[in-house]
Design a binder for this molecule. Structure first.
Ligand SMILES: Cc1cc2nc3c(=O)[nH]c(=O)nc-3n(C[C@H](O)[C@H](O)[C@H](O)COP(=O)(O)OP(=O)(O)OC[C@H]3O[C@@H](n4cnc5c(N)ncnc54)[C@H](O)[C@@H]3O)c2cc1C
Length: 353
């Protein structure tokens, strides 16, 4: 279908409003570029996130454009949030820096801690990260946090627990206060629903920081715009998007000298593979595109708690707190058991940037 109207012009088109897209949009807009951000999903406000038991009721992107886009990719599954704020809407808020000893000498210097720390500091400021606090309603740590800390303290394994930095607002759960970017947030209510989307308004999702900064600096947000095609045009790029909630609507088109593809690992790769092999609009892309994927090391498991208490004793509620409140640094400081290695591409000699 031909685009409905003449293409809109911008200096920069950003595709996707997750972490990559939000940071790019904010910094380009602050630098004075005209920026358009195209996001396939909707805006989600506190109270909008699905809670009904049916999976068909607001949960899945594949059913009425809900929150989660779950895909089975042969031997791997991919979970991604869809909406203004991307993965931040559904992630577990953990702001972790890799142990430097885990980045072996194949990592280029500009991707190691020494070079990256100032940027981690900046992102920590923007996202307002802080370790989890005690639950304001009980005055103590969440029972789950205390349990793991106590367990490790009494074990004979010389490993440490740490409370990770979280992009969550703590404090009075009943009071809205502006964050450093002027967006109202409430203190965490310790309901353990971070990865379901925070209906309380305590998560420091990207719509409340980087994207708010981008929009304040003039970036134009276009939600419900799914980019289907990217092509070269007049020395720059044309980007063509459909409307997920109205498949019959005519495609819309934007042109710009710069395009930032930040639709997430799977969707961005898919977009580029289509441009290379289906639409043949970017034929020069590498033949290696789409190779070398690996999961990010997540391993989810269930734990059964046996406290030895008498049946009459009320069990502590292990569901409270933010989703993740404790880390166990199992062998990590020595870097012997787990190594982060770059993908199977070119080796970078030690010291090369
Ligand atoms: C349950 C869960 C918990 C997690 N917890 C953590 C954590 O605690 N800490 C941590 O660091 N990381 C965590 N992650 C990982 C983190 O969320 C991702 O690494 C991060 O979101 C990736 O950012 P991104 O910008 O690449 O893509 P995303 O954040 O996924 O953003 C991509 C955006 O592009 C949009 N999009 C996709 N296709 C198109 C298209 N064709 N046109 C227009 N828009 C499109 C999507 O809707 C989405 O909004 C978690 C992830 C999950 C799923």
């Amino acid at each position: 279908m031909a685009p409905a109207t003449d293409p809109q012009q911008a200096d920069v088109i950003v595709v996707g409003s997750g972490f990559g897209g939000a940071v790019a949009a904010a910094r380009f807009a602050q630098a004075g570029f005209s920026v358009v951000v195209l996001e396939r999903g909707r805006r989600w406000e506190p109270g909008d996130f699905p809670r009904r038991p049916s999976l068909d009721d607001g949960w899945l992107w594949q059913v009425d454009h809900g929150l989660y886009d779950i895909r089975w990719l042969g031997g791997m599954a991919s979970a991604q949030a869809a909406g203004w704020g991307g993965g931040s809407l559904a992630y577990a808020n953990v702001f972790a820096r890799p142990f430097d000893q885990m980045l072996d000498d194949r990592w280029p210097l500009h991707m190691r801690r020494g070079a990256l720390d100032p940027y981690y500091d900046l992102a920590a400021h923007m996202l307002e990260v802080t370790p989890t606090t005690d639950d304001p309603r009980t005055g103590g740590p969440a029972p789950r946090t205390a349990l793991i800390e106590d367990f490790m303290a009494r074990s004979n394994i010389p490993e440490a627990t740490a409370r990770p930095n979280l992009a969550v607002t703590f404090g009075d759960p009943d009071q809205w206060r502006p964050n450093v970017h002027g967006v109202p947030r409430r203190g965490c209510a310790f309901v353990g629903e971070c990865v379901l989307g925070c209906n309380h308004g305590a998560k420091n999702t990207l719509d409340t920081n980087y994207l708010a900064v981008a929009e304040a600096a003039g970036a134009q947000a276009v939600t419900d715009a799914q980019v289907d095609r990217v092509e070269r045009r007049d020395g720059g790029y044309a980007v063509i998007a459909s409307t997920p909630t109205d498949p019959q609507a005519a495609p819309r088109e934007w042109v710009a000298p710069r395009v930032v593809l930040a639709a997430g690992t799977v969707a961005t790769t898919e977009m580029l593979l289509r441009a290379r092999d289906v639409h043949r609009t970017l034929p020069g892309l590498s033949r290696r595109l789409g190779e070398g994927f690996s999961g990010n090391g997540d391993f989810l498991t269930m734990a059964e708690l046996r406290t030895g208490r008498k049946a009459a004793a009320p069990p502590e509620d292990l569901r409270t707190g933010p989703t993740i409140t404790t880390n166990v640094g199992h062998g990590l400081p020595r870097g012997q058991r787990v190594r982060l290695v770059p993908g199977p591409g070119r080796r970078h000699p030690a010291g090369a940037a």
